[in-house]
Design a protein. Structure first.
Length: 317
């Protein structure tokens, strides 16, 4: 793992979170994110919250949320406030969308993915496989005014955020250093509410982090590309911007990110020894060394040693 910078303690107390999607049980990659965020919260004597990001109902698996809770508890990764489910907070996302409409910076879009691909192709732009297509602005009105339709959140259209020209976001990642993204060139106007009626990750995560007063976000590097647009949304909605730390991904034998979509195996936590073994593998991936490896070591003892190792790693960087 890259060297970590040691941030100054937050004035109002550290509040971190782990926010899995209940599309299946935890695998090795998601445990790395859970452990890294938990250790950072414990090192800072802060709170660690748990949020189920279950807005995309068609992808969620019944009972997966409860299995994730069980796996975390089996690994000793306890949370400090009651877990929350995004599906229970639709009203807060609607209010945020209405606020953006009042600012006259969102608009309805009827483009399909194929429409976008075709438009880009006519402009000589080819998007590499597995990369996000930059929206070409096909449906963007000029000028943009407030829309009555947003009140009923019509499901036949998506709602996009209109980016101002020359929008480049700079931020400091506590693990990866200075980051820059030109949102116009690399992303384009992005969707906040999908055509199927689902609020997008970009909007929901920003609103939830603000509602829960999250000060530090520790998550996998696969989400690094989302950070700039989330920071822009935070600033637009008048929210504070948390500190960010992105962790190295766990890859499979093909060099692909370990995920439920690639049929990653669930971690084994049927007993304490299995859970401890999974934790040890996650800690090695995070670059933590010299942790107790004896059979007599309890999970609580190991987590204390891991927290101290995380602290040493950060303070020595």
């Amino acid at each position: 793992m890259p060297n970590l910078k040691n941030p100054s303690p937050p004035a109002d107390g550290y509040r971190g979170r782990f926010a899995p999607s209940p599309t299946g049980p935890l695998h090795a990659g998601s445990l790395v994110a859970a452990l890294g965020s938990w250790l950072d919260a414990r090192k800072n004597h802060g709170k660690w919250l748990l949020r189920m990001e279950d807005l995309d109902a068609p992808r969620c698996i019944s009972g997966a949320d409860q299995e994730i809770l069980r796996q975390l508890l089996a690994c000793g990764l306890t949370w400090d406030e009651e877990p929350t489910w995004q599906s229970q907070h639709q009203g807060r996302y609607k209010k945020a969308l209405e606020r953006l409409n009042q600012l006259q910076i969102i608009y309805p879009c009827t483009c399909s993915r194929q429409d976008i691909a075709n438009t880009l192709e006519t402009r000589g732009v080819m998007t590499p496989r597995n990369q996000e297509m930059v929206y070409p602005g096909t449906c963007r009105p000029h000028p943009i005014s407030a829309f009555d339709e947003v009140e009923r959140l019509a499901t036949e259209v998506a709602w996009r955020l209109a980016l101002p020209p020359g929008l480049t976001i700079h931020f400091e990642d506590l693990a990866l250093g200075q980051q820059t993204q030109d949102l116009n060139r690399e992303v384009g106007d992005f969707v906040l509410h999908r055509r199927d009626g689902i609020f997008t990750y970009q909007l929901a995560v920003v609103v939830d982090d603000a509602e829960q007063k999250i000060t530090h976000i520790v998550r996998g590097a696969d989400l690094l590309n989302n950070t700039a647009r989330q920071i822009y949304l935070q600033k637009t909605l008048g929210y504070e911007t948390p500190s960010y730390l992105h962790l190295p991904l766990v890859l499979d034998e093909h060099g692909e990110k370990l995920s439920k979509q690639t049929l990653a195996s669930a971690i084994r936590t049927e007993n304490a020894q299995q859970a401890l073994q999974e934790l040890r593998k996650a800690a090695r991936h995070l670059g933590l060394r010299d942790l107790p490896d004896g059979k007599e070591t309890s999970i609580a003892q190991w987590l204390l040693a891991a927290t101290q190792a995380w602290d040493r790693k950060i303070t020595s960087s």
